[in-house]
Design a protein around this ligand. Structure first.
Ligand code: F0G
Length: 353
């Protein structure tokens, strides 16, 4: 049977009523892929949940379809969000699909080109402030309090409801919950959503519960350091967040699950980013690779046990941020004249003399 999107596929788990429009871009049902080489190298069963396969290329589609459908059901005409890029892309797409107005506020110069291109194409009204994500979020929260505009950041509980479905899918695909769930942490909505999802699925289907391991970027590791970071900095712009809105809920998820919020450096993120693409053929954006970097770090330290089953969430598609890819890769196209002989000469070893 063809996949119908989250609101229909997981209706019994979601706040979907007869009045909820069954909005869909066929989000969800993303692949869970076993990493053959990295599993062998690390001595674990390592899988990735490829959320970059969603319609706008990130996990945000799961939450946005629910939040926008409920906004529409409640008679709202306009949605608003602050974003490091992916939320704005998803909000703009689902607003277009639902025939609603979409306003996004982003940190100027700190969002990846692919994400901006999406928001532009989907017709959002875009404001780039000379400030960071945390400041943008403060503004849109206030505006949505005083104006008839629906806030669709992950402080909107419908976002969490939609995003929890990824945990259901992991359990279905693996046949049970993994031992460890590794996930990047920015505003901390997604780790909150996964934990809620694993608990609800376990209650109904006895699939077990994973240890939740969340990974912040070192330069934006507010939860790890237990202090707000006023000027967060990281190459992983998606998680360049210094005051996560769901801070307490993330701490609660790791406490309840015997997990941990940890950090990884930009160098570790970039290393994992390249490794994943070159050894497994999977291109995820830098922030996503914080999960893989974290697993590698904790495996070395013995914090992830040999033989354990680990699912790392790859939150966004690598194509979102081509500029970082071109910078990070040490491969560049070699420009040659349009001459077969010269081209063949350069492809050393391919042609036997
Ligand atoms: N990975 C990617 C690719 C993201 O875009 C985000 C968040 C995260 C991880 C972290 O998820 O915030 O739920 O902890 N992006 C938001 C945005 C902030 O505006 O697109 P989180």
């Amino acid at each position: 049977m063809a996949w119908k999107g989250l609101l229909q596929e997981f209706r019994e788990f979601l706040p979907v009523t007869e009045k909820t429009p069954l909005l869909s871009l066929h989000e969800g049902n993303t692949p869970l892929i076993r990493l053959e080489r990295l599993s062998a190298q690390l001595g674990i069963e390592l899988y990735v949940k490829v959320e970059g396969a969603n319609p706008t290329g990130s996990f945000k589609d799961r939450g946005m379809v629910m939040a926008v459908a409920k906004a529409k059901e409640e008679g709202s005409h306009t949605i608003i969000c602050a974003s490091t890029g992916n939320t704005s892309a998803a909000a703009a797409a689902y607003a277009a699909r639902a025939g609603m107005r979409c306003i996004v506020v982003i940190p100027h110069g700190k969002i990846a080109m692919g994400k901006l291109a999406q928001a532009v194409m989907y017709g959002a009204e875009i404001f780039a402030i000379e400030g960071n994500f945390d400041e943008a979020l403060k503004m849109v929260r206030r505006l949505s309090d005083i104006a008839p505009i629906t806030l669709v950041n992950s402080v909107n509980p419908y976002r969490i409801e939609g995003q929890k479905t990824a945990a259901f899918e992991v359990c279905q695909q693996l046949g049970k919950a993994p031992d460890v769930l590794a996930i990047p942490v920015g505003n901390a909505g997604n780790i909150t959503a996964y934990w809620k999802g694993f608990k609800e699925y376990h209650e109904r289907k006895q699939t077990g519960l994973p240890e939740m391991r969340g990974f912040e970027a070192e330069g934006a590791a507010a939860i790890v350091r237990n202090q707000v970071i006023t000027e967060p900095e990281t190459i992983a712009t998606a998680i360049r967040i210094g005051n996560p809105a769901s801070w307490e809920k993330a701490v609660q998820a790791v406490n309840e699950s015997n997990g941990k919020i940890d950090d990884v450096s930009d160098a570790e993120i970039l290393e994992a980013y390249k490794l994943l693409a070159r050894t497994e053929g999977i291109f995820a954006e830098p922030a996503s690779c914080a999960s893989i970097a974290g697993v590698i770090k904790q495996r070395k330290l013995g914090e992830v046990k040999e033989g354990s089953t680990v699912v790392a969430v790859l939150t966004g598609n690598g194509l979102k941020d081509p500029a970082i890819a071109m910078e990070a890769a040490d491969i560049a196209p070699m420009v040659l004249p349009n001459d077969e002989r010269i081209v063949f000469e350069h492809i050393q070893g391919a042609v036997h003399q």
